[in-house]
Design a protein around this ligand. Structure first.
Ligand code: G
Ligand code: G
Ligand code: MN
Ligand code: NA
Length: 253
């Protein structure tokens, strides 16, 4: 209850900010976009990790209001970058399945992009495998809508849940993000076989395959050799401030 009150106040006071973790194309290692990660800057207490407050916000239902704020913050940043650089990079936001309970979620997101004059391709949605499968009924229609309007959709944390290769074909996704638990053991033989098989299927379905949690050059090279099309992780870039992300864009654009 204390958390609920604190979160409610924090959302109203807009105490949240986004950090941006870069993603890179395999091989060339050029910037392919960013993933937005929310942080709570709690006055007098410092940073609270989303691993703590996102589950709390999901329990209380406050994730819907928080999620709207996150969409707004990401779009504001995209607009700033579009004005400065003449174009916007791709920014992915993590979306909780509870946000899809609101049937207006996708429509509002698209309307917001249109109102700001942002291309829908600038925004990507990340939804976890477990969440997508557990809430197919309400997730699927809105994912279909977003995809048909050009918003990319990524299946996050792939390899942690009931990873079904069938899901890759059935969900209207453009990207699969291989969980860092699949990347961490590389280039160990069995993990390599699983990543290679997933990449082969992904390629035949025309999906981008992102290796997450790449922490070493050895993992990066293994992921590239096995067919991952993008790399993300501390080895290539940590979550960073918008200013630092802007510096990467200055180099990339
Ligand atoms: O950034 P960090 O590694 O601390 O994130 C911890 C967890 O919080 C991850 O599972 C991540 O997906 C989740 N998370 C980070 N930002 C957001 C967000 O904006 N919305 C939601 N729903 N989850 C987020
Ligand atoms: O669930 P999701 O994949 O959205 O979680 C993203 C989280 O993973 C972020 O909190 C981010 O800080 C964290 N992360 C990103 N890259 C790495 C990495 O290379 N190693 C580890 N341990 N965590 C990472
Ligand atoms: Mn993610
Ligand atoms: Na992930």
């Amino acid at each position: 209850l204390d958390t609920e009150q604190a979160l409610g106040r924090a959302i109203a006071a807009r105490e949240f900010l986004l950090e941006y973790q870069p993603k890179f194309r395999a091989g060339t290692r050029t910037l392919s976009g960013f993933e937005a990660l929310v942080r709570w800057e709690r006055p007098g207490r410092g940073r609270v990790s989303p691993g703590e407050f996102v589950p709390a916000a999901e329990r209380t239902g406050q994730i819907k209001a928080l999620g709207e704020l996150i969409v707004e913050l990401a779009c504001t940043q995209l607009l700033d970058w579009q004005r400065r650089f003449g174009r916007a990079p791709s920014v992915a936001i993590n979306v909780s399945p509870l946000q899809f309970e609101d049937a207006g979620f996708a429509g509002r997101l698209l309307a917001r992009l249109a109102a700001l004059g942002l291309p829908s391709g600038a925004l990507e949605i990340e939804i976890t495998e477990t969440a997508a499968i557990g809430h197919l009924g309400r997730v699927l229609p809105q994912l279909n809508r977003l995809r048909s309007e050009g918003v990319a959709c990524a299946l996050d944390d792939f390899g942690t849940g009931q990873s079904s290769l069938t899901m890759l074909r059935q969900l209207p996704i453009s990207t699969v993000k291989l969980d860092r638990s699949m990347i961490e053991p590389l280039p160990e033989v069995q993990a390599s076989a699983v990543v290679m098989a997933t990449c082969a299927l992904g390629q035949s379905l025309n999906l981008e395959i992102v290796a997450e949690g790449v922490e070493t050059e050895q993992q990066a090279e293994a992921a590239e050799a096995l067919g991952c099309t993008q790399l993300q992780g501390y080895h290539l870039g940590r979550p960073m401030t918008p200013e630092q992300a802007g510096e990467l864009l200055t180099l990339a654009f």
